[in-house]
Ligand binder design. Structure first.
Ligand SMILES: Cc1cc2nc3c(=O)[nH]c(=O)nc-3n(C[C@H](O)[C@H](O)[C@H](O)COP(=O)(O)OP(=O)(O)OC[C@H]3O[C@@H](n4cnc5c(N)ncnc54)[C@H](O)[C@@H]3O)c2cc1C
Length: 343
């Protein structure tokens, strides 16, 4: 959008009772990414969030680029590719918490081709069962090696929030009861409320997929390992700077956010069996997060009944992986709504 147009958008909402051009509901990775992009096209933006970023599901994400439990839903590949590119670039920015991480994905069932998401990251290297045997045992039919962004969320979210505020954004820690309430603050609303969308806009297709992880001291690992088809439960090890995130579970419909000691014991056992250096690693924390899964996939659209509202929620186990792609699409939807509504 040209500068004069930007100014006119500001004037339009400035002339109405609404103090901001756009109110973004949600201060997780979806909300903050969208809010940053909106500021970059010249909008005045406030984020309304019931929780500070460090108390969101986003903060608990492992968080590596990977479209967990998504298939080729419309848009997913493009959104994931875009986030991959943005994070790759951010990995060169000191203090962002983003690094590029080599990953080994172990497969228990033979897979002839490349995974559907491979083209988003420039391809994967196939590894044969024979090459895995000496180090990983004979239980694997093959695997893939690839390099993807790993985002240390406790570093990245504060960095993103600072970027938003330094660029003129306003963050208000406040729960809202309805989208109408957000609409009183701005000409347009973008709903990035994650699992909260179930109540906020009555979307019964949104459900939790409970994820329990264990955070341990990093004994010197630098490669992510995934054994998603482990018969004992999905297993992954994601080394970060100081710690490793060991997972995990994906429990659909389970709202319980209390870590279960037996589940933690089994995660530790599976991960230590896979990577023996982890045996005896000091346990730092146990976490549970509720992934905002939505039947039908991500909701990224203009609300058919509320023309000044755009939804961007339901990213399930891949909210970081889809973040920048979805944020940029949400911004396009805001711009087209503004044009139509002459805001
Ligand atoms: C254990 C675990 C591991 C994961 N690993 C990965 C991974 O490796 N890679 C990956 O891409 N993804 C991963 N995910 C998934 C990822 O965390 C989510 O997809 C992502 O965090 C969703 O982001 P969000 O911003 O939509 O939601 P959230 O982070 O939940 O943020 C929602 C925001 O909305 C606010 N809100 C809700 N209701 C209201 C209301 N009424 N009023 C005001 N504010 C409201 C909340 O306060 C919060 O700020 C993982 C998740 C878990 C649990």
């Amino acid at each position: 959008m040209r500068k004069e147009e930007t100014a006119s958008v500001r004037r339009a909402s400035g002339g109405s009772a609404a103090p901001f051009d756009v109110a973004v509901v949600g201060g997780g990775v979806a909300g903050l990414s969208t809010a940053v992009r909106l500021l970059e096209i010249g909008r005045s933006v406030c984020v309304l969030s019931a929780d500070p970023p460090q108390k969101t599901t986003s903060n608990l994400a492992a968080a590596v680029w990977y479209p967990t439990e998504f298939g080729r839903q419309d848009g997913v590949l493009a959104w994931a590719r875009r986030a991959y590119d943005v994070f790759r670039e951010l990995s060169g920015t000191e203090g962002s918490g983003v690094v590029m991480r080599e990953t080994l994905m172990l497969l228990r069932t033979p897979d002839e081709g490349s995974p559907w998401w491979a083209e988003a990251i420039g391809g994967v290297e196939r590894v044969g069962a024979g090459d895995l045997r000496s180090e990983w045992g004979s239980g694997y039919a093959g695997g893939y090696r690839f390099e993807v962004p790993l985002v240390e969320m406790p570093v990245y979210l504060p960095w993103l929030l600072k970027r938003f505020i330094r660029s003129g954004g306003v963050f208000e820690e406040r729960r809202i009861e309805s989208l109408r309430e957000a609409g009183a603050r701005a000409g347009m609303v973008v709903n990035c409320s994650g699992i909260g969308a179930r109540e906020l806009c009555g979307d019964r297709e949104v459900r939790p997929a409970r994820g329990q992880v264990v955070r341990v001291e990093n004994p010197g690992l630098s490669v992510s390992v995934r054994d998603e088809e482990n018969p004992g439960g999905r297993t992954y090890i994601h080394p970060r700077t100081e710690d490793c995130i060991l997972g995990g579970t994906f429990e659909s419909g389970n709202w319980d956010t209390t870590p279960d000691p037996e589940t933690a014991r089994r995660i530790l056992a599976r991960c230590s069996e896979l990577v023996p250096e982890l045996a005896g690693a000091r346990v730092l924390e146990h976490h549970v997060g509720l992934r905002p899964v939505r039947r039908g996939g991500v909701r990224l659209e203009r609300d058919p009944e509320r023309p000044a509202t755009v939804h961007n929620y339901g990213h399930g186990g891949a909210g970081v992986t889809l973040s920048w792609g979805c944020a940029e699409r949400a911004v396009e939807l805001v711009e087209s709504a503004e044009r139509e509504l002459r805001l």
